[in-house]
Design a protein around this ligand. Structure first.
Ligand code: KG4
Ligand code: ZN
Length: 338
């Protein structure tokens, strides 16, 4: 079975191919650069860029792997959550291919894609496991009882962890997306500032990062004379990374203990963060649990996780009726039907 994956939910245009025999054989990702000058994703520019690149990328992937379209059994595409106009580009292309080639197209939930990306790693958790989904748009704690059986136990009440990195990065002059850049600068910094860890002690599994963002905003305003000093910026990066990672680790630990689950999987863009990985490993070891991390290349948005999730759906339900109705779900929750 050969599945073509399409991902266009935000600012990455990605095309991938999963085969039953060999797994992911190709995963092309085009990161849109245009947003960096605006400090965040501009939706209309994102969809325009997707529409410019998507056909070119599909052709490139098929050519590189010498696969004729006729050989493809299904197209898996991200139908939500995400930016409506961006989702529409991937969806329209998938539905057009469905119509032309008479093969099924399968709508995939982007978050489910991130959760299942752990199964493309070398070391995989057993069910049930807890998934910490930490990306640019979401911060969630989910119990994965089995494939397609999810329970969201915590979510962010406001900003996500990735968004907090990006917005504070913007304040100190780093280009969007700045999570990785902050992490690099943090290596040269010290914990000179004690930034808050909002609602860490609240008796739930939810997150809140907007207070941390506002605190750092006023802190920078108060210390504006230092803002061009490299060391000052590195210390901000260190202290920020420290607060965000502590919150993520603490809430994950609480969830593992409360639900008595052995395995923790960490996925999404922020899961590429090395400090987070180290702290999670240390925490899980201490409480006799095990942690698992998505391959670095598959942390941020990619079509490999979409193609793979599509493969799982095809395995379950082999008869797909042709349906060329264009439908997206920009706020699609993983425990909701499409
Ligand atoms: O999963 P993703 O591509 O986007 C969404 O699905 O929303 O994640 C992108 C986010 C951005 O906020 C980016 O700054 C963050 O992941 N990120 C990181 C690192 N690499 C990417 N944050 C912290 N440390 C990193 N190494
Ligand atoms: Zn994502």
């Amino acid at each position: 079975m050969i599945i073509l994956g399409i991902e266009t939910s935000c600012d990455e245009t990605s095309i991938s191919i999963y085969t039953k025999k060999k797994g992911i054989i190709i995963n092309e990702i085009y990161n849109q650069k245009i947003h960096s000058i605006y400090g965040g994703v501009v939706p209309i520019l994102a969809s325009r860029d997707h529409s410019k690149k998507i056909i070119f990328l599909i052709k490139k992937v098929l050519k590189k792997k010498k696969i004729k379209f006729k050989k493809i059994n299904a197209i898996a595409f991200t139908a939500g959550p995400g930016l409506p106009n961006s989702l529409l580009i991937g969806t329209t292309v998938a539905k057009t291919l469905e119509l032309i080639y008479k093969i099924p197209s399968i709508p995939i939930n982007h978050i489910e894609g991130h959760i299942m990306s752990i199964m493309l790693a070398k070391k995989k958790p057993l069910f049930p496991f807890i998934s910490l989904v930490t990306s640019g748009a979401h911060t969630l704690l989910v119990i994965v009882y089995k494939y397609e059986k999810y329970k969201i136990i915590g979510h962010s009440l406001d900003d996500s962890a990735g968004e907090t990195f990006d917005k504070i990065g913007n304040m100190i002059g780093l280009k969007y997306p700045s999570g990785k850049k902050i992490s690099k600068m943090a290596k040269f910094g010290k914990k000179n500032f004690n930034f808050p860890k909002p609602i860490i002690n609240k008796n739930n599994f939810c997150f809140s990062f907007s207070g941390l963002k506002t605190h750092v905003y006023y802190f920078i305003k108060k210390n504006i004379k230092n803002i061009n000093k490299y060391q000052f910026k590195c210390d901000i990066c260190f202290s920020l990374e420290d607060s965000i990672t502590e919150i993520l680790v603490y809430k994950s630990k609480k969830a593992l203990l409360k639900f008595n689950i052995k395995y923790l999987s960490v996925v999404g863009g922020v899961s590429a963060n090395n400090t987070l990985r180290k702290k999670i490993k240390k925490m899980t070891k201490k409480i006799n649990k095990k942690s698992f991390f998505t391959k670095k290349k598959l942390c941020t948005d990619n079509a490999a996780m979409i193609a793979y999730t599509g493969y799982l759906k095809m395995k379950k339900k082999t008869k797909y009726k042709q349906n060329i109705k264009i439908k997206i779900k920009p706020k699609w929750k993983i425990n909701e039907k499409f």
